[in-house]
Design a binder for this molecule. Structure first.
Ligand SMILES: NC(=O)C[C@H](N)C(=O)O
Length: 348
């Protein structure tokens, strides 16, 4: 009887007999740290209110799965995440992961731009150690708030051998997604994070990760991008394509000094009659133009809807416009050669 009880306990948590991993939690705000007026408030709450120590204290089970310590790096809603936040976060992560006493990192983050921060870090973190970004769709004060279970799963994942070398991971709703493919697909439901075309990487179940696939693209330790000496990133903006399109935004961004523009075109990144000359002029002024798509799935075909060779444009492959902006910014830190930048869009 006693033996049975002992084995039940050991199966209850991972690493029950092994040394616990050291996981650092970097808190940035978001709904996971949000508070509402009542326990039934799930919209109209205030994001970024609860500090990292309170987030950790709310999940006492964390102590059984890792040695956790927390750091409040920012306290913002993620729609206000900016390039300067990313540079600070990446530098802090690279410093921590270079320490032998840090086995993995968890970042608590708002969900609106979680996919962008994840992809940025996927390109600039210089380590194979796990980096897991976690958020929540319900504020911490809500009935059945999803933050605590997501944080618990994220800490296990960040301390796991299985997550080593997988690139930056996004952990919500018991599902593990990769930074390059994941996107927010629903404004408010718990199952919002999906990789609709290329699939999720795995699940968290029974206190451990179950992986079924991994990204084939370059990331983290294999990436050529290095932000250690950077204090800002090149100015790159996204212009959204639609029927009745005009060139006002393109001209304004070009005049503002942008170094790059991503066009979120309809369909296969097609260019309306008013848009094509505006982007072509921007390119002739030295701005690097990336043709992407607002569709959300599929490859933007080079020399398909536009003659990219002639226009000297780059295509985004399967990257959505907001992630194409990130890769273009980092590409521009190294080169303005469009052939080289196109190579990067096929590599990452
Ligand atoms: N669910 C959330 O986290 C949404 C919030 N607006 C944020 O991104 O910070």
């Amino acid at each position: 009887m006693q033996l049975l009880l002992l084995s039940a306990c050991a199966a209850d948590v991972p690493n029950a007999s092994a040394k616990l991993p050291n996981v650092r939690i970097l808190a940035t705000g978001g709904t996971i740290a949000g508070t509402g007026a009542t326990s039934t408030t799930t919209v109209g709450y205030t994001a970024a209110k609860v500090g990292v120590d309170a987030l950790i204290a709310a999940v006492p089970e964390l102590k059984k799965v890792a040695n956790v310590s927390g750091e409040q790096v920012f306290q913002i809603a993620s729609e206000s995440m900016g390039n300067e936040h990313w540079l600070a976060l990446a530098k802090r992560i690279n410093t921590l992961l270079a320490q032998p006493d840090v086995d993995g990192i968890v970042i608590t983050h708002g969900t609106d731009t979680i996919e962008e921060t994840a992809y940025f870090l996927n390109l600039v973190v210089k380590s194979r150690k796990p980096v897991v970004i976690v958020g929540a769709m319900r504020p911490s004060t809500a009935i059945s708030a999803d933050g605590p279970i997501n944080l618990y799963n994220a800490v296990i994942l960040a301390g796991s051998r299985e997550a080593v070398g997988k690139g930056v991971l996004v952990m919500l709703n018991d599902q593990i997604n990769g930074a390059r493919e994941v996107t927010k697909t629903n404004t408010s439901t718990l199952d919002t994070f999906k990789a609709p075309e290329l699939g999720l990487l795995g699940y968290m179940q029974d206190n451990r990760p179950h992986f079924y696939r991994a990204s084939t693209r370059r990331h983290t330790a294999e990436s050529e991008f290095d932000v250690s000496a950077l204090t800002k990133l090149p100015a790159v903006d996204v212009v959204y394509g639609h029927a009745n399109a005009n060139r006002v935004a393109i001209d304004a961004y070009a005049a503002s000094g942008d170094q790059g523009l991503v066009y979120a075109g309809p369909g296969d990144g097609s260019l309306a009659a008013a848009v094509r000359p505006a982007l072509s002029e921007a390119r002739r002024r030295g701005i690097v133009v990336v043709r992407s798509s607002r569709v959300g799935q599929g490859i933007v075909a080079r020399n398909g809807e536009a003659n990219d060779d002639e226009l000297d444009f780059v295509v985004s492959d399967t990257l959505n416009p907001q992630k194409a902006r990130i890769l273009l910014m980092l590409a521009l830190t190294r080169t303005t050669d469009t052939r080289e930048i196109q190579r990067m869009f096929y590599d990452y």
